[in-house]
Ligand binder design. Structure first.
Ligand SMILES: Nc1ncnc2c1ncn2[C@@H]1O[C@H](COP(=O)(O)OP(=O)(O)OP(=O)(O)O)[C@@H](O)[C@H]1O
Ligand SMILES: [Mg+2]
Length: 235
């Protein structure tokens, strides 16, 4: 497999508190890979380490063959990696359309995405175009956060817990929409606590435990083997 992104032995700490202890993983172009694991195992920190939001203390983040560890986030975004953060930060005072427009201006990375194309994947956002983002439901805000990141034309989308706190029907719709992005050729790294969302979407999974990779393999294996799933992920 020739990797679009590869992490080699990443160690990351917040001050003196060490969180990642040698994470290595690979994502090929067009793949959907999921980081699975319970609360606090280091899924978000792995994404922050890729994005340059928290600088790894050691290890390599190899993007298209070059080491980008330590690059500032805007440079990582410009290189083609987009993060959809778990806290769904939208500009509450701006309308849906303005949120999308601002994102495009902020990053100026050329590519196929524009407001109309975001509306094609998320038709609800077209209906809500003039609504202030602060009044959107959780699911709508999640769509908008993904849409904003797409406006930067990423080749790799880092999706941090997209289904968290959403009602089952909303999650089903979101699953279809993220599946549609995958169909369109986007490479996706997903972080999830829940197996339902992730195993329906992912090609491969890495199960994290206390800042290390406990297991890696095809998603199919975990979908079909309940005992393995329980052993790796039981609460
Ligand atoms: N800014 C921070 N400063 C100090 N410690 C942090 C910080 N952010 C996270 N941590 C700690 O790092 C560990 C890993 O957190 P992280 O957010 O990466 O886990 P996670 O797998 O994303 O969890 P969750 O499923 O709850 O989102 C946790 O023990 C957490 O308390
Ligand atoms: Mg997290």
């Amino acid at each position: 497999m020739s990797a679009l992104l590869a992490l080699h032995d990443i160690h990351t700490a917040y001050g003196l508190s060490r969180v990642l202890f040698g994470i290595s993983l690979e994502i090929a172009a067009g793949e959907c890979v999921c980081l699975l694991g319970r609360n606090g195992v280091g899924k978000t920190t792995t994404m922050r380490s890729i994005m340059g939001l928290t600088r790894p203390s050691s290890g390599r983040v190899v993007w298209k063959g070059g080491d980008i560890a330590g690059w500032p986030p805007h440079r990582v975004a410009k290189a083609g990696i987009g993060l959809v953060p778990e806290d769904r930060r939208v500009f509450a005072e701006l309308t849906v359309w303005e949120n999308l427009d601002v994102a495009q201006r902020a990053c100026r990375r050329p590519g196929p995405w524009n407001v109309q194309r975001v509306y094609e994947v998320f038709p609800k956002l077209r209906e809500l175009a003039d609504r202030q983002a602060g009044f959107l439901s959780g699911g709508e805000q999640q769509m908008l956060t993904i849409g904003r990141t797409l406006m930067c034309n990423p080749e790799l989308l880092l999706l941090d817990e997209p289904s968290e706190g959403l009602a089952p029907l909303v999650v089903d719709r979101l699953l279809e929409q993220v599946g549609e992005l995958k169909q369109q050729g986007l490479t996706i790294l997903l972080a999830e606590q829940g197996v339902d969302f992730s195993l329906r979407l992912a090609d491969r999974v890495y199960v994290l435990e206390k800042g290390t990779v406990r297991h890696s393999g095809p998603a199919l294996e975990l979908r079909e083997d309940a005992a393995l799933r329980d052993r790796l992920l039981a609460l």
